[in-house]
Ligand binder design. Structure first.
Ligand code: HEC
Length: 185
């Protein structure tokens, strides 16, 4: 096996990502729909990108879906999109706090201990409150993820979105691997 140092780190990582996508982690990937149409939906009509990033574009309030585990099955993804209330873990619930001077902040719970709570509001800003400054903390029954996609998207559209997520999940190197932005040019 000859050395490929001459390709440079960036190109090698690109090739590795590409091979991985071709190979899939657990054999070939079968997509339930059309990933290209799914991408359009993600950034368009379905507005997933208001909250989620994918391929470095989109919102910050919810997780970056570029790295959805490539072993997440199509069924699991479909389930989250169609029934987030019952599919997302409790710690992902939305929270509303009211300060002692009557201001309300609603967003995603980011951190909490006995003395303080941090939340991120829909504009992506982080807010830190000592609990002594809060009149109430309400942990919602659900996350910020809309729960009406069942009525807004057709089955085919959901399958397209799922295909897009599976495809980018298979293509993205995991965040804990070296990224391609090596600056030792
Ligand atoms: C108003 C904000 C919002 C919108 C719009 C939204 N989501 Fe979410 N989504 C969330 C939140 C909040 C969670 C909870 C976990 C987190 O913080 O990512 C979540 C979780 C998920 C998860 C599980 C990820 C994980 O890390 O557990 C998937 C998959 C997902 N959303 C897909 C979608 C898709 C596809 C769309 C568009 C059809 C969409 N979401 C639209 C807010 C949103």
């Amino acid at each position: 096996m000859p050395g490929f140092d001459w390709l440079g780190q960036e190109k090698i990582l690109g090739i590795v990502a590409c091979l991985r996508a071709l190979q899939g982690k657990n054999g070939p990937i079968t997509l339930p729909g059309n990933a290209e149409r799914g991408k359009k939906l993600f950034f368009g009509k379905a507005k997933c990108s208001d909250c989620h990033m994918a391929q470095s574009k989109g919102g910050f309030i919810a997780s970056d879906l570029s790295y959805s585990e490539s072993n997440t099955s199509a069924d699991q993804l479909r389930q989250v999109i169609l029934d987030p209330v019952n599919s997302l873990p409790a710690q992902k619930r939305a929270v509303t706090v009211t300060t002692t001077d009557g201001q309300k902040y609603a967003g995603a719970l980011r951190a909490q201990d006995n003395f303080s709570i941090s939340i991120q509001t829909m504009d992506s800003a982080f807010h830190y409150f000592p609990k002594s400054q809060l009149a109430s903390i309400e942990i919602g029954a659900r996350s910020l993820m809309p729960d009406d996609y069942r009525s807004r998207l057709s089955d085919a559209e959901v399958n397209d979105l799922v295909s897009y997520l599976i495809q980018i999940g298979a293509q993205s190197p995991k965040p804990d691997q070296p990224s391609s932005d090596d600056d030792d040019e």
